[in-house]
Design a protein around this ligand. Structure first.
Ligand code: ASP
Length: 463
């Protein structure tokens, strides 16, 4: 069998006989000839069926409908000057078909795939996500996401990091959100939870001496779906040993500048180096800890990064209890150590955020690496000794075996790609996102389970 040619490679094969495969994007009958736009993963290609060609392909082509899957044999020919289509990568050529094979038929899709599908009802788009993803915009978004992720992976490797996978079934790690729980079949009445982030494991990788860890990490948070949240999302999670805040800011800033120049060279950065604001300055000047510092908010190519530093260590909830503003593993700002006992609410954490165009891209901090201080923070957060031991005994113990000073960061991949792609929400840059209320209309998740499965998991559903 003749080797298949990608659509975009036909431009280099004028006069050759080729076999192309893909989907019928559109069919146009022009009296004596039929045109189809054939779509494959590389793009569109015009194929011509003319009655004088041998093999009967012309008659057969009359039965083609949108989204049929076909294999076509034919000759690549140069288009005449007048018929060149500058909008297509293959616009200088077309294939004159001699053979047509229909590999599969297609029902009429529930919405048009050659238009911007953002106008289509989202429930329908998500139910037929595999069709929605056929559209050019969604293909481009996922290709951009792939570029961003592979840029980060390469950059991390070039800078001495190794990627380490951490478990998905874990014991809870408190980061302010509710956790998804997974009943254990083998240990009746016990539960795993899904990680809100690899926070504790990455810190333990530092205790383990890896010094530079990263992971393209899936994170899970069972939150009420407000705004543009998803129950699962992806972070570029990383951690470094023997560093101070400045090292992490510098590393991250250089990485982001290079990332933009590499994957989105049409974008321009409003300010380099990235401006730095303290939390107090940001709140006083902009009334938010994620200020939008763009000079022209209508310019789709402007990217305004900034740092927000020195977040408060603690915040008071409405019920008067104290909670860690970021998470309880953040180190105390060196200048505020003295005030931990006398005035804890005024203590700053050695924590920092990276903000882009008014979105929080990432939070991070230098971490506590000594048992005594970590224990003290847990106490200030109102935890009793036995609770601390039960929840965090392993961290405290690890800190007693030569834990190095360390710190890290975790930029959100979905938001980065959303902003680079100019999309209004992160669902547009995720292959299979959930609806606003955390459902998957395609698979039908979440769903009930048969009584046997529930019984094995020791789960009883109460109304
Ligand atoms: N684990 C943190 C988060 O998910 C990030 C970090 O402190 O590195 O926000």
């Amino acid at each position: 069998m003749q080797k298949r040619t990608w659509n975009t490679d036909t431009v280099n094969k004028v006069s050759d006989m080729v076999v192309v495969k893909g989907w019928v994007h559109a069919r146009r009958d022009m009296g004596k000839i039929i045109f189809i736009d054939l779509r494959d993963k590389t793009g569109l290609l015009q194929v011509v069926f003319a009655p004088k060609e041998v093999g009967g392909a012309y008659e057969f082509a009359k039965t083609l409908r949108a989204e049929y899957v076909v294999e076509i044999k034919g000759t690549v020919q140069k288009r005449t000057e007048k018929t060149i289509n500058p909008k297509l990568e293959t616009g200088t050529v077309e294939v004159l078909a001699t053979d047509l094979k229909i590999l599969n038929e297609s029902k009429t899709p529930p919405f048009e795939l050659d238009k911007d599908t953002r106008a289509v009802n989202e429930e329908v788009r998500l139910k037929y996500r595999y069709l929605d993803l056929r559209s050019e915009r969604m293909h481009n978004n996922l290709a951009l996401r792939d570029k961003v992720i592979s840029f980060f992976r390469n950059y991390m490797h070039e800078h001495g990091f190794i990627e380490i996978e951490t478990p998905i079934l874990i014991k809870g790690t408190p980061e302010g959100a509710r956790e998804f729980i997974v009943p254990s079949r083998l240990h009746g009445g016990k539960f795993y939870v899904l990680p809100q982030s690899p926070q504790q494991f990455k810190q333990l990788c530092m205790v383990a001496g890896f010094e530079r860890y990263f992971q393209i990490a899936r994170c899970f948070r069972d939150e009420d779906q407000r705004g543009d949240r998803q129950p699962e999302f992806t972070q570029l999670d990383f951690e470094m040993s023997f560093v101070e805040r400045e090292d992490i800011l510098k590393y991250t800033e250089e990485m982001f500048i290079e990332m933009v120049a590499t994957v989105a060279p049409e974008k321009k950065l409003s300010h380099t180096p990235f401006p730095r604001l303290t939390y107090v300055e940001a709140m006083e000047k902009y009334g938010t800890d994620k200020p939008d510092l763009r000079k022209n908010k209508n310019d789709p190519n402007e990217l305004a990064f900034c740092w927000v530093l020195d977040f408060p260590m603690f915040e008071k909830l409405e019920d008067g209890t104290i909670q860690a503003m970021h998470h309880p593993f953040c180190d105390v700002h060196p200048a505020d150590l003295e005030k931990l006992d006398s005035d804890p609410m005024s203590v700053r954490a050695n924590a920092y955020d990276l903000v882009l165009n008014g979105y929080e891209l990432s939070s991070g901090s230098i971490r506590i690496h000594k048992r005594e201080l970590q224990n003290k923070i847990f106490h200030l957060l109102g935890l009793a000794d036995d609770e601390i031991e039960k929840k965090f005994g392993h961290m405290l113990e690890a800190f007693e075996y030569g834990a190095p000073p360390h710190g890290g960061f975790a930029p959100g991949i979905d938001r980065i790609v959303m902003l680079l792609a100019g999309e209004p929400n992160i669902r547009e840059v995720m292959a299979y996102p959930k609806t606003g209320d955390a459902r998957d209309p395609m698979m039908g998740a979440p769903s009930g389970l048969p009584p046997k499965a529930l019984k094995e998991a020791h789960v009883k559903v109460v109304e």
